[in-house]
Design a protein around this ligand. Structure first.
Ligand SMILES: Cc1ncc(COP(=O)(O)O)c(C=O)c1O
Length: 457
């Protein structure tokens, strides 16, 4: 356990590398010291604890680099706040939603929560796969005419949890391909499961992961002719972080590529509702996808459910392992073993999301963030930056050629007090880019854009 030696806490300077860490009583010394001498510089030492267990650390966790990207950003933000206590910090970084959950949806959850206090309305454990009505509403809302059945849907507590459950399903003996850059949970969960080798600092990649480069040069779609075979291909469209969307033609090529190689695509459609052109909203719009693909998705970015927690995964019955065993049957086992089903209150919210009024309310929320995106895109364009994404996604991918992403992130934070996300945190091909999220109150987005204009004009 990391403990801080108070004798090494000096006054005057302002950064504390331990900010944001959950600490137990031993480290409470830190706040005590801060209270008495105000802003302090804490020089941490790793003090040996008196007692160590005989359990060795999972060596795969030891392979992970630094912190998960977003906690690291939160840490830097906290350090910035200490340095500039009066600054009005605006966060367009982590990608968390800011607008309230529409009333029609929140009311349904309140009603369910209240019903739990009654004999008639009480329910305990539900089906691990989700309530029948919710599975059915997801199938008919998002997959109508795509031949996806209610029992192909597994309701979850969010897409991120399902990414990890899918990794448990695949185990450690598979190879993985990811878009580069990509949402960090795919790579990190792969490392934790032991599918990879060590991190190679020189190329900023883990051994044994296929990084499929997605840059402006290839229209953010990998050159599949040069991509080696992997068992599992994580693919996200609309993409976090680049905001790009794969076309029907590109997804058809991806499905053909998977079929030729006998691979499974894990398709992340968490932002599908942001699509306003003809791009497919589900991988299952592509012929043949049901034999090679799984889809994970979420209510998080549609209904402000980042805190409520509700998502789903689709595994068609026709997706089979090499021995002919259905993947869905194994996933069912994983869900029953590792998960006891999504919260009943959240599922009532999900059902309300999929009512006609709920769908309208979600589209309104999505539309609000899309307007934010346009404001951000126009700002950077007016400053002569090359910007990507944005049209079908709540993320704007801004190019700073020749510069390090972390350096640009730090400059923007220091000079404008706006938190963004450094592109290299999503993979080596993200170097030179910064992701600006459109999740924010309108007035904050406008203010952030005013500050960007002051900085870069
Ligand atoms: C691509 C992508 N997938 C999944 C998630 C996580 O979604 P959830 O909140 O449902 O876990 C995110 C969240 O930012 C995301 O960007």
């Amino acid at each position: 356990m990391a403990a801080i030696n108070p004798s090494q806490c000096h006054s005057v300077s302002s950064t504390c590398p331990f900010l944001g860490l959950k600490v137990n009583s031993r480290a409470q010394q830190v706040s005590l010291v801060r209270k008495t001498i105000g802003v302090v510089k804490c020089v941490a030492t790793l003090e040996q604890t008196a007692y160590k267990t005989n359990v060795s650390r999972n060596e795969n966790l030891g392979k992970l680099q630094a912190g998960y990207l977003f906690p690291e950003i939160a840490r830097r933000r906290a350090a910035h706040m200490l340095k500039h206590p009066d600054a009005q910090i605006i966060s367009l970084g982590i990608g968390d939603t800011t607008e309230p959950i529409p009333d029609v949806i929140a009311s349904a959850m309140a009603k369910r929560a209240h019903a739990l206090s009654t004999l008639e309305g009480y329910s305990g454990y539900g089906a691990e796969q989700g309530e029948k009505s919710v599975r059915s509403a997801i199938a008919s809302t998002f997959y109508s005419n795509l031949d996806i059945e209610d029992d192909d849907i597994f309701v979850s507590d969010g897409a991120k949890s399902d990414v990890s459950r899918l990794q448990v399903l695949f185990g450690s003996n598979v190879t993985m391909a990811v878009q580069d850059p990509s949402y960090p949970a795919y790579v990190d969960s792969s490392v934790i499961l032991g599918q990879t080798g060590q991190y190679q600092k020189d190329v900023q990649k883990y051994e044994n992961i296929v990084y499929m480069k997605c840059t402006p040069e290839n229209g953010f779609f990998p050159d599949l002719s040069s991509v080696p075979r992997a068992d599992i291909i994580f693919f996200c469209s609309p993409n976090n972080p680049t905001g790009s969307t794969a076309s029907r033609d590109q997804l058809t090529k991806l499905v053909q590529f998977a079929k030729k190689n006998g691979s499974i695509i894990v398709y992340d459609s968490a932002y599908a509702m942001y699509i306003s052109d003809e791009s497919p909203k589900s991988i299952f719009e592509i012929p043949g996808a049901k034999e090679v693909a799984i889809e994970v998705s979420s209510f998080s970015k549609y209904a402000g459910f980042t805190g409520v927690r509700l998502g789903w995964t689709v595994i068609p019955k026709s997706l089979l392992y090499s021995d002919g065993f259905p993947v869905a049957k194994d996933f069912n086992r994983i869900v029953c073993t590792c998960f006891n089903g999504a919260s009943n209150i959240a599922q009532s919210g999900g059902l309300a999301c999929l009512s006609p009024e709920g769908l309208e309310a979600m589209l309104e929320t999505v539309g609000y963030y899309k307007e934010n995106t346009s404001i951000i895109m126009e700002t950077f364009r007016s400053l002569d930056f090359k910007v990507y994404g944005g049209t079908n996604a709540p993320y704007v991918w801004v190019h700073f050629p020749g510069r390090s992403s972390w350096e640009v992130f730090a400059e923007i934070l220091e000079k404008t007090h706006v938190v963004t996300t450094p592109g290299s945190g999503f993979g080596p091909a993200g170097e030179g880019f910064v992701r600006v999220s459109a999740f924010g109150h309108r007035e904050n987005v406008i203010e952030a854009c005013r500050r960007f204009k002051n900085l870069f004009n």
